[in-house]
Design a protein around this ligand. Structure first.
Ligand SMILES: [Zn+2]
Length: 275
């Protein structure tokens, strides 16, 4: 899944690789997928996109957005995005393929579920997309302690677990159930701990861990559990993930645990993150 670090990395790679390319073709929905979500009718994508030139790409929260004249192409959640140089075989199945005049292409395939939007600029009113655009990025100066406290202490929040508080409702754009694991490990908070029981020290640790961990993930080219625009895994070695479950915690030597929780997996160290 694309979360903040991967959105930053892939949008930068797109800016470097795709800028200046002219769109020669677009195929949306070639391989049907129940959880590939488009903007309106995907059959209208070619009319919107063909002939436009890519002007750049940006990211906000967990979204990647490409600029092409008055058109925008935006991706989120489980969109696997790949660049194909001229002459390279395209994937047999895809949910969006954008062909460029120079023979190269961009493909998107859906892992679990994904947004694959192509739309006229300013017309997309999806609440998650708008929320990610409008809320302060956890890596921006606007993400202050006062803002964090206001968000975390809203009515009802005290009943939520650490995972529910941080990774549901998109309270913090781009912070999902993937990057969450290392953030909670760094703050030494168990994913199931209720917010009402956090000590002042734990709130401090959490507030510090969010930008620190996200910045490090982005600096290293994304997490090693995710792939970039060229199909390469990121350089950030995840501490709590499918890659480390069952191995020993570097800090305390306990065995790293994996459990199903809130519609996904949680990974934690029972020594560093007691319940
Ligand atoms: Zn540990």
């Amino acid at each position: 899944m694309i979360e903040l670090p991967e959105a930053q990395v892939i949008s930068r790679q797109m800016s470097e690789t795709l800028t200046g390319k002219s769109i020669a073709g677009a195929v949306a929905g070639q391989s049907p997928h129940t959880f590939a979500w488009y903007y309106g009718d995907p059959r209208a994508y070619p009319a919107l996109l063909v002939g436009k030139t890519i002007e750049g790409a940006e990211s906000f929260g967990g979204y990647i957005q490409i600029w092409a004249g008055e058109a925008r192409i935006a991706f989120g959640e489980g969109a696997n995005l790949r660049f194909h140089p001229a002459g390279e075989k395209r994937p047999a199945k895809h949910q969006l393929l954008v062909e460029f005049a120079d023979g190269s292409a961009l493909s998107a395939t859906v892992q679990m579920y994904a947004w694959l939007w192509a739309f006229p600029a300013g017309r997309l009113d999806n609440p998650y997309y708008l929320g990610a655009l409008q809320k302060p990025s956890p890596l921006s100066p606007e993400f202050t302690r006062a803002y964090f406290d206001q968000m975390m202490f809203e009515p009802g929040a005290e009943k939520l677990s650490a995972k529910a508080l941080l990774a549901t409702n998109q309270r913090i754009p781009g912070l999902g159930s993937g990057v969450l694991q290392d953030i909670l490990y760094t703050a030494r908070i168990h994913p199931k701990r209720k917010a009402a029981g956090f000590t002042t020290r734990e709130w401090d640790a959490l507030f510090q861990a969010i930008p620190t961990v996200l910045h490090e993930m982005a600096r290293c080219g994304g997490r090693d559990t995710e792939k970039d625009l060229f199909g390469k895994p990121g350089g950030y070695p995840t501490k709590m993930s499918k890659n480390t479950a069952g191995s020993r915690c570097a800090a305390c030597d306990s065995l790293i645990q994996k459990e199903a929780y809130l519609g996904g997996s949680i990974y934690y160290c029972p020594g560093c993150q007691p319940v």
